[in-house]
Design a binder for this molecule. Structure first.
Ligand SMILES: [Ca+2]
Ligand SMILES: [Ca+2]
Ligand SMILES: [Ca+2]
Ligand SMILES: [Ca+2]
Length: 334
């Protein structure tokens, strides 16, 4: 396959992927923003012009919708301080019927952000291993606290909404990232910075109330296992995988310029392919630089590497060609 056909194939895949809901094994990508976006409900920021849309289109609960009842999609960006999110929602009726933010908060119209800073998975119902922010049209962000009662966590994120067309709203978020040690009294003690090549857990959803004092529909950004459509508020086990990318970093797994040896797909699942038949051996290393298994040699012409035995995470592959030159690339296994 020549480079032009390969590039067109990747572009076709990129376009296709943006239209299809994330699965449990897919990875979504957030690119670094060198200028923080203004949190004003407008997409007139440099980072949004280049970011891809991801759909919110999987019906988790409730009857089937029409496009005017609900249509949603989102974009992501990040910098060292914050995770940024743009969410475009078409909703025929905006509704927030509880005067108290924490009163039946899941029944009001809200963007629900399931976020797990270290993608650890696991229970987060009465702890801060992960968050399930219910962001309302009144700019309250409610989750359940360690004392088992729902509270606002409005300092953890900033949100603004603008109306961009009839019944169509742009929500813009800046989200602070905390470790599992988060406490309401001293949140900055557990605040953390973001860096390239990090993997985080993220899923989005929209709770659609159209004036019925109840959640009419619950629509998510990813496909859930059977019977698990409403478990994300308790466990982070089924959150989607998010990769933070800075293509200008020398060790970026998605570099700005094409490396000499193209390894694809990256992120990968099951197997890797290498488009350079000149390599004769390779070694795999984990994120700590420890070699995994024995180096594989005498592989002239082999272009497929089985990685089905590797668990999710960052790895390095060091390739040696028949002239003795080596090339190391970072890969992500999902
Ligand atoms: Ca903006
Ligand atoms: Ca609706
Ligand atoms: Ca966690
Ligand atoms: Ca609604």
């Amino acid at each position: 396959m020549n480079k032009k056909i390969l590039l067109l194939t990747f572009l076709w895949l990129a376009v296709t992927i943006t239209c299809v809901a994330q699965t449990q094994t897919d990875t979504i990508k957030a690119y670094i923003s060198h200028t923080p976006p203004a949190i004003d409900g407008s997409d007139a920021d440099a980072c949004w012009a280049s970011a891809a849309w991801y759909p919110i289109n999987v019906l988790w609960m409730g009857p089937a919708m029409t496009p005017s009842d609900f249509t949603g999609r989102y974009k992501l960006a990040w910098d060292n301080n914050l995770l940024y999110m743009l969410v475009e929602v078409t909703d025929d009726s905006l509704s927030d019927q509880q005067s108290e933010p924490a009163d039946r908060y899941w029944t009001d119209d809200c963007v629900e952000i399931f976020f797990d800073e270290d993608h650890s998975g696991g229970d987060h119902w009465y702890n801060h291993n992960a968050f399930a922010y219910h962001a309302s049209i009144k700019y309250d962000a409610v989750d359940i606290d360690k004392d088992r009662s729902p509270k606002t966590f409005n300092d953890n994120l900033e949100v603004k909404i603008d109306t961009i067309a009839p019944n169509t709203y742009m929500w813009e978020f800046a989200i602070k990232v905390f470790t599992d040690d988060f406490t309401r009294n001293s949140p900055e003690n557990s605040r953390r910075q973001l860096t390239a090549n990090e993997i985080m857990g993220l899923t989005l959803a929209y709770c659609d109330n159209d004036g019925n004092f109840a959640r009419d529909n619950f629509i998510g950004s990813m496909k859930m296992p059977s019977g698990k459509n409403d478990v994300n508020y308790q466990t982070a086990d089924y959150f989607g995988t998010l990769l933070l990318i800075d293509p200008d970093m020398p060790n970026s797994i998605i570099p700005a310029t094409e490396p000499t040896t193209l390894i694809y797909p990256n992120p990968a699942n099951g197997c890797l392919f290498i488009n350079n038949p000149e390599f004769v051996s390779y070694s795999l290393f984990n994120a700590n630089g420890q070699i995994i298994g024995e180096p594989k040699t005498n592989l002239h012409g082999q272009t497929r590497i089985d990685i089905g035995h590797l668990s999710r995470g960052i790895y390095f592959i060091s390739l040696t060609d028949n002239a003795g030159s080596t090339e190391t690339q970072k890969i992500m296994v999902e």
